[in-house]
Design a protein around this ligand. Structure first.
Ligand code: ATP
Ligand code: MG
Length: 563
């Protein structure tokens, strides 16, 4: 019976897979892999690939392997492996016992290289790197054959074995595939398969001093793991003939098929490991898990949920042409998810003291405040109300302009979950003339939030009781760059860093229910945004919250104004 897979909207990759299943191309199997190189942390672009590979495997009853593509000792480390594992798990995917390392295949890959040499399809080339580059030709001119191209099989085998035996220095010899120096596809002009690198590998130590190149290692790792669909990003399109060439030359059966899709580019950030490393190494950010980073570790620390990221990856879909996705889309996904799941609480970020003159000095009332306006199952907490409160500085103006509806002298507003208050007077610092205290009266009849005489107020503001509130540091994160495409024009991308990417507020006051908020827990601070307890710097001594995202897209307005 024909099976249908309608759980997921189709795309060109799923179309290929369904066609292959129909024609029984891989005996009905679907096996994918996610193959990061452990030379950096995963970013949101990787998440697209993770969701695609694991998502396809789940949808078609197949498998997806996690493979560390660790064939270059420079820059790779176990720290990165651990971070990758943590992040893929956090995103919600499971590779069961199929965690692999390309470095586990070194011996087998070496044997394949010997086979190619034996067949006269690979040779040891002793040109210098410069000479090799120079003889490769250009897009319009063919390359020149290496003078070493016709070394005998015996000589090649001998040299290659001695390369492995550490007899030669780096750069003296490489192993190259013998394909076609005149190929219009430069990738096919006798590409390097192995080079000498006398660096210690984080897993194999000094066992090897020759390392396979990506193109050689990748297709054969796929083959060894019986991958059916090897999904990668578009920049490898030109490498596909080489991918196929190795598998063809080695006459392996059940060949995996490489399929390319467009990588994720996201506005107002950079998604290249090289650039991200630069941000870390230059100290522009605090590390790979800095909440400003588009890494999964950074986004997790900032308060993003795996659900929001998976939803984002679904919505952007997969296509064959490059595009720049708007950061606002990602922010909206997290907003929508947190809107459902984040408990509402009151936090005053920039406190202004309010004294309610007609409220008894020693009286405290506990207001019952639901955690979610639409979801009563989330329960409620008590918010203590007393004579002295804090409100946001922004919610009061001594000389309000026309459209300011919040608190001002003579003006009445509603306190969230409670009374109406009216401003009577202000107290100013005698030196700075800054308003340090606002005096109000309250109407005891408005406890329900409504006035029995039916009079209305124009605003409801949040507050905390001064004596009961707890202090906190709040880190207001915003976009890392202030232009959509920081890499455009080849300028130094650091010039476009957003000076307001992080604002730290100390002395914020939170409602007391947050006393025991656990690291990583997420809340909506009413009227302000979504926030998450920083899992790294927060401690019993200082409570630190990171702003995940504001309640509304504040950039949309800025973008409009700019036009
Ligand atoms: P970068 O360009 O950031 O250095 P990379 O491609 O070198 O990334 P890998 O560790 O090799 O990083 O990537 C592992 C997998 O993730 C690859 O299959 C790659 O195609 C995919 N991937 C990397 N970046 C993106 C992206 N921006 N969008 C979609 N997939 C990506
Ligand atoms: Mg790569």
């Amino acid at each position: 019976m024909a099976q249908t897979y309608s759980a997921h909207p189709s795309d060109f990759i799923r179309d290929i897979i369904e066609e292959d299943l129909k024609t029984n191309k891989h005996q009905g199997r679907v096996a994918t892999r996610f193959p990061p190189e452990p030379n950096g942390y995963l970013h949101i672009g990787h998440a697209k690939s993770v969701c695609l590979n694991f998502g396809i495997a789940a949808q078609y009853g197949g498998t997806c392997n996690l493979r560390l593509d660790d064939t270059d000792p420079s820059g790779e480390s176990q720290e990165y492996v651990d971070a990758i594992i943590r992040d893929v798990k956090w995103l919600g995917f499971d590779w069961a016992d199929r965690l692999y390392h390309a470095s586990d295949y070194y011996e087998q890959l070496y044997q394949y290289a010997l086979q190619l040499i034996g067949m006269g399809k690979a040779y040891v080339c002793s040109l210098s790197a410069d000479e090799m580059r120079e003889s490769r030709g250009t897009l319009t001119a063919p390359g020149r054959e290496s003078p070493y191209r016709n070394r005998s099989v015996t000589e090649n085998l001998d040299l290659f074995e001695r390369m492995r035996a550490r007899e030669f220095e780096e750069g003296t010899h490489v192993l190259r595939a013998k394909i076609d120096m005149a190929s219009p596809n430069i990738t096919m002009r006798d590409p390097v398969i192995y080079r000498i690198k006398k660096e210690t590998h984080y897993r194999t130590g000094d066992k090897w001093c020759i390392y396979p190149m990506y193109d050689f290692a990748h297709c054969l790792s796929d083959f060894l793991e019986k991958i059916t669909h090897s999904i990668c990003t578009l920049e490898f399109e030109n490498n596909r003939p080489l991918y196929d060439w190795f598998l063809e030359a080695l006459k392996v059966e059940n060949r995996p098929q490489q399929i390319e899709f467009a990588r994720l580019n996201l506005s107002f950030t950079v998604l290249s490991k090289r650039k991200l490393i630069e941000l870390v190494e230059k100290g522009i950010v605090g590390g790979w898990d800095d909440p400003q980073m588009p890494t999964l570790a950074g986004m997790r620390r900032r308060g993003f949920t795996p659900e929001a990221i998976r939803d984002f990856c679904e919505r952007i879909g997969v296509a064959k042409n490059d595009s720049l996705i708007d950061m606002a889309l990602l922010e909206n996904c997290v907003r929508e998810d947190l809107n459902e799941r984040a408990p509402r609480v009151m936090a005053v970020l920039r406190p202004l003291r309010v004294v309610i003159d007609n409220y008894p000095e020693d009286q405290v009332e506990d207001f019952d405040c639901p955690y979610h306006p639409q979801n009563s199952e989330m329960g409620s907490r008590k918010a203590p109300f007393s004579r002295t409160l804090y409100i946001e500085q922004d919610d009061f103006l001594e000389h309000p302009p026309k459209k300011f509806f919040r608190l001002a002298p003579g003006r009445e507003v509603r306190l969230r979950y409670g009374y109406f208050i009216r401003c009577i007077s202000v107290v100013k610092d005698p030196d700075t003339k800054e308003i340090i205290e606002v005096h109000c009266t309250y109407d005891p009849e408005t406890r329900s939030g409504f006035a029995p005489d039916g009079r209305k107020v124009d605003a409801t503001i949040h507050w905390v009781s001064a004596a009961h509130s707890i202090p906190a540091e709040v880190r207001l994160y915003d976009r890392l760059f202030c232009v959509a495409d920081p890499l455009e024009g080849g300028a130094d991308f650091a010039e476009h860093l957003n000076p307001k990417a992080l604002e730290i507020l100390r002395g914020c006051r939170l409602e007391p229910s947050l006393t025991d908020a656990v690291p990583g827990s997420r809340f909506q601070f009413e009227r302000t945004g979504y926030f998450c307890v920083d899992a790294v710097d927060s401690s019993d001594n200082v409570l630190i919250f990171n702003r995940t995202v504001t309640l509304r897209d504040s950039w949309a307005k800025i973008a409009k104004k700019g036009k």
